[in-house]
Ligand binder design. Structure first.
Ligand SMILES: [Zn+2]
Length: 211
């Protein structure tokens, strides 16, 4: 069994940090005796919410939300980079470089001339996240990304010092660029985890927020 296979089987083990372990809040229920004075005898324990998002689902949701910004009609990818304290330090999605109009450049996947496809121009989500980081460096960070990184992004991830990649889709597993990225990650010792979110559907309904 390869390391990667093992990693795929590993679920969200909360390796970034534990779930906090905040103390359960207790509410004293003061009971009145017949004379009307408080005895403070009973204690009613209020537990925490059970359906909160787990860390991995949260970070993957952030990556997914970032992907919604992509103008690419065929592939929308988001990346979310997290440090060891579970802080998000970078977000990115695939798009054309700054100052290069995404109305003027092509979004085609195929064309007679490669220059008329999107490939020479688009910045991938991982690249944008790394370049848009809000921290000094990304050493020992984890990159959550919807799609397994290509070889160009693998180089950036490795050079940035990111030591773990958590991804959902591996649909290009056998393509040249992805075989190359896998090779680089393995050589550099980057941990690879294919993750299946525990919460399959997360609905954002702004109408639920009271005005
Ligand atoms: Zn890439």
């Amino acid at each position: 069994m390869t390391n990667e296979t093992e990693n795929r089987q590993q679920s969200d083990e909360e390796t970034l940090s534990s779930e906090g372990g905040a103390p359960v809040r207790e509410e004293k229920v003061h009971q009145l005796d017949e004379a009307g004075s408080s005895t403070g005898a009973a204690t009613h324990v209020v537990g925490k919410r059970k359906d909160y998002l787990e860390w991995y689902d949260f970070f993957m949701s952030a990556a997914y939300c970032a992907s919604l910004r992509s103008k690419d009609p065929s592939t929308q990818v988001g990346a979310c980079i997290v440090n060891r304290k579970n802080r998000i330090v970078a977000l990115g999605y695939n798009g054309m470089p700054n100052g290069c109009s995404d109305d003027s450049l092509p979004w085609n996947r195929t064309a007679d001339d490669q220059l008329n496809t999107k490939y020479p121009y688009v910045c991938h989500a991982e690249m944008n996240a790394i370049l848009n980081k809000t921290t000094f460096d990304l050493a020992d960070c984890t990159c959550f990304v919807l799609l397994f990184p290509c070889n160009e992004c693998a180089k950036l991830i490795i050079q940035a010092g990111i030591t773990k990649v958590v991804y959902i889709s591996d649909k290009y597993h056998d393509k040249f660029e992805f075989r190359a990225s896998r090779k680089l990650f393995q050589m550099a010792g980057v941990e690879l985890v294919q993750y299946t979110p525990k919460q399959k559907k997360i609905v954002i309904d702004f109408d639920k927020i009271p005005l």
